[in-house]
Ligand binder design. Structure first.
Ligand code: ADP
Ligand code: MG
Length: 292
C-alpha cells in the first residue's frame, strides 16, 4: 500500500506544478546528492540576444549579419532566432538560402547567393579547415563575458563572428542557494564552450561544469558521475535529453519541453525552471521524513 505521506506529497506536488510519476520517484529523489542541469533554457531564459558583431578584413558588418541571418532561417535553434531577430532589429532583411544543413552541436552550413556559408563553433570551423586568425582571440574574450560566439565562414574564409548572450533567469540564483542548503551539488551541462560555461557558472556559484558536450554524450556524462558514487538527478527538456533522463536515478522533465522527455522522467515540472526542482526535492524529503 502507498503510505499516506507519499500520497500527500503527490497531491501537494500537483498543486505546486510538480508531477511525480510514481511513489518510487518521490522516494528516490530524497537521496539525490547531485543535480545535473542544462545551461540553456534551464538556468538561462533560453532566449539569447545578439550582442556583438566582429568582422574580418574585406567584409562589412551588414554583409556578415545578412549571410548569418539568411542561413539561420533554416535552423530552429534558439541561437538562430537570436541572430535573425538581431539582424532585423538592425534593419537587415535576411534573404533566402539555396541549400541548408544543420550540424548537431556545431552549427549550420549551406549556400547563399552562390557562396558556401557556415556559421558555428570552433569545431565546425576546424572541420571545414577555416583559419580563424585574430577572430579566435576576439571570440575568447567574448566568451569570458559569458557570451556565446559563433564564427561565420564564407567560401572557406573566416568572415566574422557574432556573439549572443542568454540572460540568466530571475529565479535561478535563489534556487541555486536553496539547492545548496539541501546539500546538493549542481553540475551544469552544455554544448557551449568551456569558457562561456565557466563564466556563467562563476556568476551563479555552480559547483561543476561539463562543457562542449554533444547531445548524444549526455547519458555518458551521467554515467561518469554515477561511477564516482554520485546519486544523480538530471533535468532536461529536449528529445536529445531522453537517454540522459532515463540514465539518471531521477529524471526531471521540464513541462515546457517535449513529450519524449516527459515519458523518460520520474518527475515533470509544469514550469521549466529550477524553483520547481527545489520544491520537488523538499516535498520528497518531507514525505520520507514522515515515513522514517
Ligand atoms: P546548447 O544546447 O547548450 O546551446 P548545442 O549542442 O545546441 O548546445 O550547441 C552547441 C554549440 O554549437 C553552440 O554553442 C553553438 O556554438 C553551435 N551551434 C549549435 N546550433 C547552432 C546554430 N543554429 N547556429 C550557430 N551555431 C550553432
Ligand atoms: Mg541544446
Amino acid at each position: 500500500a502507498t503510505p499516506m505521506s507519499i500520497m500527500v506529497a503527490s497531491g501537494k506536488g500537483a498543486s505546486l506544478g510538480v508531477l511525480f510519476k510514481s511513489a518510487e520517484a518521490i522516494q528516490t529523489l530524497r537521496d539525490v546528492d547531485t543535480l545535473v542541469v542544462d545551461k540553456t533554457g534551464t538556468l538561462t531564459e533560453g532566449r539569447p540576444r545578439l550582442q556583438d558583431v566582429v568582422v574580418a578584413e574585406g567584409f562589412d558588418e551588414s554583409e556578415v549579419l545578412r549571410l548569418a541571418a539568411t542561413l539561420e532561417r533554416g535552423s530552429e535553434h534558439p541561437l538562430a532566432a537570436a541572430i535573425v531577430a538581431g539582424a532585423e532589429a538592425r534593419g537587415i532583411e535576411p534573404g533566402r538560402y539555396e541549400d541548408f544543413d544543420s550540424v548537431t552541436g556545431q552549427g549550420v552550413r549551406g549556400r547563399v547567393q552562390g557562396r558556401d556559408v557556415a556559421l558555428g563553433n570552433r569545431a565546425l570551423m576546424d572541420s571545414l579547415g577555416v583559419e580563424l586568425g585574430a577572430l579566435a582571440e576576439r571570440a575568447e574574450a567574448l566568451r569570458g563575458e559569458g557570451k556565446t560566439a559563433m564564427f561565420l565562414a564564407v567560401d572557406g574564409r573566416a568572415a566574422g563572428l557574432v556573439a549572443v548572450a542568454d540572460p540568466i533567469k530571475e529565479t535561478t540564483p535563489a534556487a541555486i542557494r536553496a539547492l545548496h542548503e539541501e546539500g546538493i551539488r549542481i553540475v551544469m551541462l552544455t554544448g557551449d564552450s568551456a569558457t562561456t560555461a565557466r563564466a556563467v557558472a562563476g556568476k551563479l556559484g555552480i559547483d561543476e561544469v561539463m562543457a562542449e558536450v554533444q547531445p548524444d554524450q549526455k547519458a555518458q556524462k551521467i554515467k561518469e558521475l554515477q561511477a564516482q558514487g554520485r546519486f544523480v538527478a538530471m533535468a532536461g527538456d529536449g528529445i536529445n535529453d531522453a537517454p540522459a533522463l532515463a540514465q539518471a536515478q531521477v529524471g526531471i522533465a521540464m513541462g515546457t519541453g517535449t513529450d519524449v522527455a516527459m515519458e523518460s522522467a520520474g518527475v515533470t515540472l509544469v514550469k521549466g525552471d529550477l524553483t520547481g526542482i527545489v520544491r520537488a526535492i523538499r516535498l520528497s524529503r518531507a514525505a520520507m521524513r514522515n515515513i522514517r
